[in-house]
Design a binder for this molecule. Structure first.
Ligand code: NAD
Ligand code: UDP
Ligand code: UDP
Length: 343
């Protein structure tokens, strides 16, 4: 059904209903909003390798041209500088909607902009999906569970979120984005998919994004102390980016709406993470304690039973195997541009 030109927004006056030659193509046309960011750029690599035509829509708030530069000149690749808070007209088959800052440091930088991106940006992309009959995938987050009172978190848990806190622009923004997604599905029959992503790491993360894995890796490489916030006993579950991309693609291609937790159930305290970073980079790296941030969730671990059963998906890369892949990328970038915070 993806080869039907009407679904792509082309009005044909051809009474035979045959697709004009110039419109025939093998791959899908896919928009990746936020495609110049960390996760988006890895997704774009996989889609291009599969033979799809990819349009990246990004305002470069946290994304970088360098993440997708290797596709410049490929006729199957387009890059549009655009803010999803503004409407956008395109003709496509699928929309992967990732545009939104993901690191607490970035999303707290301009909270009103963050919530506008999540609400108005998602509304626009759903409007686009409705107009052209495209399938729409929302990258939501484990943050919809807030500071969870259930452990591990199942998709059926409704969460424990502070609606007026400093993280709310992101948490509540994503919760509203999920609501909009389901309402466009129920009200306008848009085909939708929802992924709830747990902490993900890998090459191309912003070096200065303040997230714990990027901080520890950059600190160890620069021979600075690893900054552990609070007592370091809070937990997170860290997923390598290739596992996430596989999960997102299976979700998009599959029959199930979700929401699906996509994360690695391996749970670590921040002190344990610091130890893995020490083992991987520098056993002599020091640890320095700092005050924790406001509303920091105490624990987080996905129950991935639903994704295992319905998508046939589970993560393959452990933290100890994934971390070295990220370290070599960070080492290269830090060596090349030692004075830049975010090379
Ligand atoms: P990222 O910051 O690297 O990527 C986000 C991209 O969106 C960037 O390229 C940025 O420039 C772009 N963007 C932001 N606001 C925009 C706007 N208004 N218009 C157009 N583009 C905009 O973050 P990421 O880690 O790649 O996250 C991608 C998505 O996955 C986000 O929606 C995030 O909420 C979700 N997610 C990520 C994680 C994680 O651990 N990485 C966890 C949960 C959810
Ligand atoms: N929209 C968009 N691209 C499109 C179609 C719609 O950006 O191809 C935007 C549109 O500007 C609107 C939002 O998506 O702000 C929701 O569109 P919808 O048609 O659902 O609602 P309406 O325009 O009727 O309010
Ligand atoms: N954290 C830390 N040191 C840092 C950065 C973060 O100990 O340099 C902690 C932070 O307090 C939180 C956890 O690591 O408990 C994960 O933080 P991150 O910002 O990576 O992601 P999120 O809070 O969104 O899960």
């Amino acid at each position: 059904k993806f080869s039907n030109p009407h679904r792509l927004g082309f009005e044909s006056s051809n009474p035979t209903g045959k697709i004009p030659l110039g419109l025939k193509r093998k791959g899908l046309r896919i928009v990746v909003t936020g495609g110049a960011g960390f996760v988006g750029s890895h997704l774009v690599d996989r889609l291009i390798a599969r033979g799809d035509s990819v349009i990246v829509v990004d305002n470069f708030f946290t994304g970088r041209k360098e993440n997708v530069m290797h596709h410049f000149g490929n006729p199957n690749f387009e890059l549009i500088r655009h803010d999803v808070v503004e409407p956008l007209l395109l003709e496509v088959d699928q929309i992967y909607h990732l545009a939104c800052p993901a690191s607490p440091v970035h999303y707290k930088f301009n909270p009103v902009k963050t919530i506008k991106t999540n609400v108005v940006g998602t509304l626009n992309m759903l409007g686009l999906a409705k107009r052209v009959g495209a399938r729409f995938l929302l990258t939501s987050t484990s943050e919809v569970y807030g500071d969870p009172l259930q452990h591990p978190q199942k998709e059926t848990y409704w969460g424990n979120v502070n609606p007026i806190g400093v993280r709310s622009c992101y948490d509540e923004g994503k919760r509203t984005a999920e609501t909009l997604t389901m309402d466009y599905h129920r009200g306008a029959e848009v085909e939708v998919r929802i992924a709830r992503i747990f902490n993900t790491y890998g090459p191309r993360m912003c070096i200065d994004d303040g997230r714990v894995v990027s901080n520890f890796v950059a600190q160890a490489l620069r021979k600075e102390p690893l900054t552990v916030y609070g007592d370091g006993k809070q937990t997170r579950s860290f997923q390598y980016v290739s596992d996430l991309v596989e999960g997102l693609m299976r979700l998009m291609e599959g029959e199930h709406i979700g929401p699906f937790n996509l994360g690695n159930p391996g749970e670590f305290t921040m002190l344990e993470l610091a130890e893995v970073v020490q083992e991987t980079i520098d056993p002599n790296a020091k640890i320095e304690f700092r005050p924790n941030t406001e509303d920091d969730p105490h624990k987080r671990k996905p129950d991935i039973g639903r994704a295992k059963e319905l998508l046939g998906w589970e993560p393959k890369v452990s933290l100890r195997n994934g971390l070295p892949l990220m370290v070599s990328d960070f080492r290269q970038r830090i060596l090349k541009y030692p004075r830049l915070e975010n090379p």
